[in-house]
Ligand binder design. Structure first.
Ligand code: ADP
Ligand code: MG
Length: 244
């Protein structure tokens, strides 16, 4: 699904430059769920943004679902982004003056889907994340976990090939984090390819594969025993009860 070879990225500020990604090789098969770990500033978001076509590498090759992602004109790039990629962020990035339903319907609007079908699909995805009853509510009437579920529904609405998540639990408490991870695991169980950036070890272990970024390179890429978020959540609740 994803094939990356010798990817490089630097940022330039005046006479200073910062070489963030120093020749990354990386590939992901369809249906995989992978965590990208690394300390703050290690380049996780930079890497994910390039994978998500929100940013471009300086050199190296990127093939997404068999298509070379290089020197695309903005129209084709936008089409690929819309068709192939769904993004979720730590800060949810919902549109505050639009209802949950309209937020989820947004990517479909950009795909040119007709209104009736947009609304039907958006409701389907809101149901999928357990929020059908909240369809008409605005983001500020929802909890953090609910906002992230709306964002997940929005990312899924266009049925992307790959779901990219940048610290999706970063703004959530532990229990809510596990609930959101449970949803993300279920989406992966249904076959969706998922890349998740996190600096939290317990969140990373909820995927089957963990890639570690350090000093601009992948220093470790290993398969781990995946922790089911539902089990982790129950353990967390039990330990809270015994400590109360
Ligand atoms: P992470 O997500 O792992 O915390 P980032 O990819 O956000 O890391 O950032 C990697 C490094 O690149 C950091 O040192 C950061 O300050 C720098 N950086 C990120 N984005 C930019 C930018 N747009 N311009 C300049 N420097 C940047
Ligand atoms: Mg980041």
């Amino acid at each position: 699904m994803i094939e990356i070879k010798d990817l490089n990225k630097s940022y330039h500020m005046g006479s200073n430059s910062l070489h963030v990604l120093k020749g990354i090789d990386f590939s992901v098969k369809e249906g995989e769920m992978v965590s990208i770990m690394g300390s703050s500033g290690s380049g996780k978001s930079t890497f994910l943004n390039i994978l998500g076509m929100l940013d471009e590498a300086d050199s190296g090759s990127y093939t997404l679902d068999g298509k070379p992602i290089k020197n695309l004109n903005e129209k084709v790039a936008a089409k690929y982004r819309n068709q192939f990629l769904g993004f979720i962020f730590q800060s949810f990035n919902l549109i505050n003056y639009k209802s949950a339903l309209d937020n989820v319907a947004m990517p479909l609007y950009y795909q040119g889907v007709k209104r009736a079908e947009r609304m039907e699909k958006a409701l389907h995805y809101l149901e999928k994340v357990g929020l059908a009853q909240w369809a008409t509510h605005l983001p500020n009437e929802l909890s953090g976990g609910q906002k992230q579920r709306v964002a997940i529904a929005r990312a899924l609405a266009s049925d992307p090939k790959v779901l990219l998540a940048d610290e999706p639990t970063g703004a959530l408490d532990t229990q809510t984090s596990y609930e959101v991870m449970e949803l993300i695991q279920n989406i992966n169980d249904e076959g969706k390819t998922i890349l998740l950036v996190t600096h939290e070890d317990d969140i990373a272990h909820m995927t089957k594969r963990i890639v570690n970024l350090k000093d601009g390179l992948i220093i470790d890429d290993s398969n781990v025993t995946q922790v089911r978020a539902s089990v982790a959540k129950n353990k967390h609740l039990q330990s809270k009860q015994t400590s109360n």
